[in-house]
Structures are given as C-alpha cells and as structure tokens.
Design a protein around this ligand. Structure first.
Ligand code: GAR
Length: 211
C-alpha cells in the first residue's frame, strides 16, 4: 500500500474522509502522516484520535522564505517515507521547487469545477456569476495555482436561495466522496500524470465526463 501524507491547515473534513476510506484493507493507500502548517488546526486532534501520526511545520518562523519552510516540509515527508501527498484544505501556495519534487505524486482538492473559479472564495464567486452548476475537482498539482489536470470532478446544482455556506455544504459532501475515489485511482497506479502533462488511465466513464 502506498504511504500517503495529508497536508491540512484547518478543519480537516477531507482528511477525515481519506482516513475513513483508507481504514478498508482493500484501499490501495494508507494514511501514514497528517501535517499541518498551523499548530492550532482542528484536524490535528481528529487525526490523532484516529491513531494517525501528526506533525506541525509552522510556516510563521520562516517569514517570507517559502523554500526554507518547504525544505523542512519535504524532509518531514521523506523521513516518513511518503509516496503520495494529498493537499486537503492546505492554504499555503507551494513553490515550483516543492511541486516539481512531488510531480505526479501530489493531489489537491479544490472547491470548484476547474478551470472555473481558481483561487479563494469560490462559492461566493459562483453565486455572483449566477452559474447553475458548481462543484469540486481533485487534480494533480502543477506549479501554476489550481491548474493541474483533473482526476475526478463532481457537479452540484446551485439553488435559487443558496448562500455561500449552503452551497459550500452541498459541494463538501461531494468532496468527501471524490477525494478517496481519486486517491484510490492514483495510489493503485491506474491513473498517472504523463510526462506530457496529461492524465493517462482514466476509466472511460470519467473520460466521458460521467461521474
Ligand atoms: C475544502 O472545501 C477544500 O476544497 C478547500 O478548503 C476546504 C477545506 O475543508 N480548499 C481550498 O479552498 C484550497 N484552495 P476541510 O479542512 O474540512 O477539508
């Protein structure tokens, strides 16, 4: 089984979904480590309760030196013999130096149907645009922010009376479903990121857009 580190900054509900999925012995990955860049992240306690090793790499002491922070993060992951990194509400932009070290082995979940609504405040922006469908994307991480190819996407309807909070809750339910499914595809080796930057091995239903 592939050894996975989940990187968080906060609540950690996607982390919890990954831990729950990986509790099945048939799942092709084990959650070996949870790392937070914030010592007060609520997800750290949830991970510890689930018996998962945790680490804190606080970005604050490194100030503006992103690479110094990332060197410690990288060492932490390598010391734990990590194969795959899952960003799950990890709210630090990673430099090309770090991303390139983990290319093809790092996933992120983003709360929009990429390439729509890269960046922050996706639900409020979706409501402001008046889109009728919104959703979430699990994608391979590439140096450009929120730009990597999608492994799985899920769509939800936007309701007339939605607030950013109600829409976020509807999307989050789908995040918890597709992140474990996408990790299983990558950890099993079924889906890979090719040298050409494109995804190989997607099941036909996914390639056709049906989730
Ligand atoms: C999730 O909705 C995730 O998609 C989003 O933050 C939330 C974290 O929740 N990620 C981003 O916005 C990344 N830019 P969680 O800590 O409960 O998983």
């Amino acid at each position: 089984r592939k050894r996975v580190a989940v990187l968080i900054s906060g609540r950690g509900s996607n982390m919890t979904a990954l831990i729950a999925a990986a509790a099945d012995p048939a799942f092709p990955a084990t959650i070996a480590l949870v790392v937070s860049n914030r010592p007060d992240a609520a997800g750290l306690a949830a991970a510890a309760e689930a018996g998962i090793a945790t680490a804190v790499v606080d970005h604050k002491p490194f100030g503006k030196d992103r690479e110094a922070f990332e060197r410690v993060l990288d060492e932490t992951l390598r010391a734990a013999d990590i194969d795959i990194v899952c960003l799950a509400g990890f709210m630090r932009v990673l430099t090309p130096w770090f991303v390139e070290r983990w290319t093809g082995r790092m996933l992120n979940i983003h709360p929009s149907l990429l390439p729509a609504f890269r960046g922050l405040d996706t639900h409020a922006r979706a409501l402001a645009e008046g889109v009728r469908l919104h959703g979430c994307t699990v994608h391979f991480v590439v140096p450009e922010l929120d730009a990597g190819p999608a492994v799985i996407q899920a769509a939800v309807p936007v309701m007339p009376d939605d607030t950013p909070e109600s829409l976020a809750a509807r999307v989050l339910t789908q995040e918890h479903r597709i992140y474990p499914a996408a990790l299983a595809l990558v950890a099993s080796g079924a889906v890979t990121l090719g040298a050409d930057g494109r995804i190989a091995g997607l099941p036909q239903a996914q390639a056709d857009g049906a989730v």
